[in-house]
Design a protein around this ligand. Structure first.
Ligand SMILES: Nc1ncnc2c1ncn2[C@@H]1O[C@H](COP(=O)(O)OP(=O)(O)O)[C@@H](O)[C@H]1O
Ligand SMILES: [Mg+2]
Length: 274
């Protein structure tokens, strides 16, 4: 892992994310019921809860994929609930998906270059005509992709089609692609789902390295309690769309409501795959 990786562009401390009274209804089902929490600048905040609690729905609202029925999401001065996904991304909010969303036939490098897209100025016409400005820009982005790949331990895999990589490595590519957007807030949806113990520990280290090196805020949706205990500064617990607890991980872990929610869920230990 390289230690030369530095934030690029918007380098000052990230804005606070404030989620207030967010409700999401799908025909008859209340997936989120007036939930709220705050992600402090530079912190790791975990949203946890049993399957179906509303974690992914929450992410989909924050990234603009779902529209909230009510409530507000403020990222610094910006109100996110009215914005389209690309506008939210342009404010520096990058996400990964619970299920891998990469182009399997493309190389790691090409997948990461797609992550640079929102930062590309030259546009498709200039790039297609191979104008000097576009070539220069492509070179700069290519260098940045190399740095980020080295940081997440993918330097040797840049030419490999993503579909040929082991699952745990593909999850790293997803994280790297999100970093290629130079985020100020990184949303990670179950980054260790489906991984074995060793891969989980490596991913946890990587997330901590991202927080330390870049000083960005990280909002983590996670089913694995051990991962949350290792990583999170603060935790919000959802169950059936309601916020049932919140605070430092050690406190939340001992909360009777939280224990009940997890024991009542399939898998019991909270370590089960989604
Ligand atoms: N697009 C959708 N349409 C209808 N129901 C949905 C949709 N997305 C999620 N849900 C429902 O909302 C609830 C919360 O789901 P989700 O946010 O995926 O939970 P989690 O990520 O915590 O497992 C579930 O009951 C799920 O079936
Ligand atoms: Mg989910």
């Amino acid at each position: 892992m390289s230690d030369t990786y530095q934030p690029d562009g918007m380098a000052d401390s990230p804005p606070r994310l404030e989620v207030r009274d967010v409700t999401v209804r799908f025909a008859g089902l209340t997936a989120l019921d007036a939930i709220g929490f705050t992600v402090e600048p530079g912190s790791v905040h975990a949203v946890i809860g049993p399957n179906g609690a509303g974690k992914s729905t929450c992410f989909n609202v924050l990234s603009g994929v779902y529209r909230a029925t009510a409530g507000s999401v403020r990222f610094g001065e910006a109100e996110l609930t009215a914005l389209a996904p690309h506008r939210i991304a342009a404010l520096g909010v990058a996400r990964t998906f619970q299920n891998i969303a990469l182009s399997p036939r493309l190389s790691v490098r090409d997948n990461l270059m797609l992550g640079r897209h929102r930062l590309t100025r030259a546009g498709f016409v200039a790039a297609g005509l191979r104008l000097p400005s576009a070539r220069r820009e492509a070179r700069v982005h290519g260098e940045r992709v190399n740095e980020i790949a080295a940081f997440v331990g993918l330097a040797g895999r840049l030419a490999t089609p993503v579909g040929l990589l082991p699952y745990g490595v593909q999850k790293r590519v997803e994280l790297a692609r999100a970093l290629c957007m130079e985020p100020r807030l990184l949303l990670l949806d179950e980054p260790v789902a489906g991984m074995n113990g060793g891969e989980r520990r490596e991913m946890a280290e990587l997330v901590l390295a991202v927080q330390k090196s870049l000083g960005i805020s990280i909002l983590l949706v996670e089913h694995d309690m051990g991962m949350v205990m290792r990583l999170a500064d603060t935790v919000t617990v959802l169950d059936f769309g309601r916020r049932i607890a919140g605070g430092p991980p050690a406190e939340v872990q001992d909360d009777p409501e939280v224990i009940r929610a997890y024991l009542g869920a399939a898998g019991g230990s909270g370590e089960a795959a989604p």
